[in-house]
Design a protein around this ligand. Structure first.
Ligand code: ADP
Length: 348
């Protein structure tokens, strides 16, 4: 008809008398003929989507309603098709599909991020529970001590010698100091858990030399600390690294047998993508079953003989992890300990 001729840029009557085979590529012509024959045979109306190459070379999609025309005896004598160009609609549908795929993808990513954050939060809450439980538990001991000494003084004050009262007061003061140390270390731990540390290249040799100079307990003649230079530059935070190594070196010179002069070596060895820094001592050592729990809060193996709150290594582990590193220990009772810290390399 005229409209089809206009759309297809065909002169009036140009297609009259022509078969599909003369107008279309062979495969498409075969397909149309087959489909049209089926419509005529089944005597039904059928809706088909057809791709048509337009005069400008672009392919458009038409939705064709095809049905047979019947003679008075009810026999099909021709086929009629009414087509609507649905190219735009199809393109819109395609775009909509893309947008909805995109949406589903970002929804999925969002869900994953939410799940990860929830897991992090859950872990943080559990950590907080562990922390507060351990804190309450350990803080009650000095409080109980203070309470009982005060009671003794109150009950017996009249008959007490002054020397005895001073002794009790001294014990109360020691308990208060212990409580103070616990609170101070707990605050340090809370900071290590919460604070985001800014990372930059740090010269480990310079940092450790400065550290030893400022802590008298790390110096000769009381202790001997040997830095096996050169020590590398690592990715870290100066203040956080100072806190970590102050703890590790402090422990290394503290946990030695009575009468032994602490001897400590610090050296570094390259590992894949990082430096492993060893702090090796000649101390009392740690038996294998305790080597993991010492990194938890308030875990002290030898309560009586050495001062401490049992928080230091928990702080070190948290801080090292904040810097993207790891911390561990190798040790044998009586044969010293070898604590190691893995820190990221400075990429050149
Ligand atoms: P603190 O030093 O206050 O007791 P830490 O968290 O630093 O607490 O250490 C936890 C425990 O691990 C210590 O009480 C001690 O039993 C053990 N420990 C740590 N460092 C060493 C070491 N170098 N040698 C032997 N034992 C150690």
């Amino acid at each position: 008809n005229r409209t089809l001729e206009r759309i297809m840029g065909v002169p009036r009557g140009g297609w009259r008398g022509k078969t599909d085979y003369e107008l279309l590529p062979k495969e498409r012509a075969e397909y149309y003929c087959r489909e049209d024959r089926r419509i005529l045979q089944d005597c039904v109306c059928r809706q088909v989507e057809e791709e048509v190459r337009m005069p400008d070379g672009q392919v458009h999609i038409f939705l064709a309603n095809k049905f047979p025309l019947l003679d008075p005896q009810g026999q099909p004598y021709a086929l009629c098709g009414i087509s609507v160009n649905i190219t735009e609609r199809k393109q819109m549908e395609q775009q909509l599909r893309q947008v909805s795929d995109e949406l589903a993808r970002s929804n999925h990513q969002l869900e994953q991020a939410v799940q990860e954050r929830t897991a992090d939060l859950r872990e943080a809450v559990q950590e907080l529970h562990r922390f507060s439980y351990a804190l309450m538990h350990d803080m009650r001991a000095p409080l109980r001590a203070m309470h009982s000494f005060v009671s003794v003084i109150q009950q017996n004050c009249a008959g007490c010698e002054q020397r005895q009262v001073f002794d009790f007061l001294g014990r109360i003061q020691a308990a208060a100091e212990r409580m103070d140390a616990l609170i101070r270390d707990s605050l340090d731990y809370a900071k290590a858990v919460q604070h985001h540390v800014r990372l930059s290249p740090v010269d480990l040799g310079r940092l450790l030399r400065g550290l030893i100079e400022s802590y008298p307990n790390l110096q000769a003649p009381g202790a001997e600390i040997q830095l096996l230079e050169p020590l590398p530059r690592v990715v870290g935070n100066e203040a956080a690294l100072t806190q970590c190594f102050a703890n590790l070196l402090g422990n290394a010179v503290k946990f030695v047998a009575v009468g032994t002069r602490p001897q400590v070596q610090v050296r570094a060895e390259p590992r894949e993508g990082c430096w492993r820094v060893w702090v090796e001592d000649n101390g009392i050592g740690i038996c294998p079953e305790d080597q993991e729990r010492i990194f938890e809060m308030f875990q002290r193996l030898d309560q009586g003989n050495y001062e401490g709150t049992g928080i230091g290594l928990a702080i070190v582990r948290k801080t090292v992890e904040r810097m993207g590193g790891r911390l561990g220990v190798e040790s044998e009772p009586g044969k010293g300990s070898r604590f190691w810290v893995e820190l990221k390399r400075v990429e050149l």
